[in-house]
Design a protein. Structure first.
Length: 236
């Protein structure tokens, strides 16, 4: 009889703990969240323009899962306090977010840091006929010497020779190390996020993104002029 009472007591305690945990879960954070925008300073990049859809699923049990454009996933756990949320990924990465007007915004005090804006709906896709982006990309896939061959702006493509200014990046280990044959300053930073390479040059206050295309070429776009992009091919 005493054994039965003890078992029942333990079950009641477990149920009580579960109820307390459930009541402490902030339902605002639960569900599927999609990255809509990457932002550095005043420059932003809309994920819908490239079709690079990143989904973060937050569950009541304290787990979180990130699904990248190529379908690969990373798992982690999450906690929240007030409007602040912290996701600790199993690979050691950490993502700090703040709940703002129904969206989640990554929390950073550094203006030059990459900021993510997440919403509970899919970002709008770019109009048909846009570039065919690769989604199965690692940072080192960008490695090599790239040569610009043309620039496209407002639907008009001009050979780079007519522009009179080349944009030929050299990338090693997923980092920009030289541009047009000249080493870049140490203040220039490169960050890879889900198939996209972000290049931040604080000297000239320019943020660029580089994406690979399925035909083996790449595009490079300066975010202060998102309607124009350079087409790059591997240098011979």
């Amino acid at each position: 009889m005493k054994r039965l009472i003890a078992v029942v007591t333990v079950c009641i305690l477990i149920m009580s703990v579960s109820v307390v945990f459930a009541s402490e879960v902030d339902s605002r954070f639960l569900g599927d969240w999609y990255v809509h925008t990457f932002k550095i300073g005043e420059s932003s990049f809309n994920t819908g323009d490239s079709g690079m859809i990143i989904k973060i699923t937050v569950e009541a049990g304290g787990t979180a899962t990130r699904t990248d454009p190529d379908g690969s996933q990373d798992a982690g756990t999450w906690t929240s306090e007030g409007d602040n949320m912290l996701i600790s990924w199993d690979d050691g990465g950490v993502l700090e977010l703040v709940y703002v007007d129904g969206a989640l915004v990554s929390n950073t005090e550094e203006r030059s840091s990459l900021i993510l804006h997440l919403e509970g709906s899919l970002p709008e896709k770019a109009p048909e006929g846009k570039l065919d982006y690769r989604k199965d990309v690692k940072a080192t896939d960008f490695d090599g010497n790239w040569m610009s061959i043309e620039i496209t702006a407002h639907g008009i493509t001009i050979p780079i020779g007519e522009l009179g200014e080349r944009v030929d990046p050299q990338i090693r280990n997923g980092k920009l190390v030289a541009l047009n044959g000249m080493p870049v300053d140490s203040s220039v930073t490169t960050e890879f996020v889900s198939s996209t390479l972000f290049i931040n040059n604080p000297i000239v206050n320019v943020v660029s993104v580089m994406n690979l295309l399925t035909d083996g070429s790449a595009i490079l776009m300066h975010l202060h002029a998102p309607d124009a992009y350079f087409t790059l091919i591997p240098a011979p």
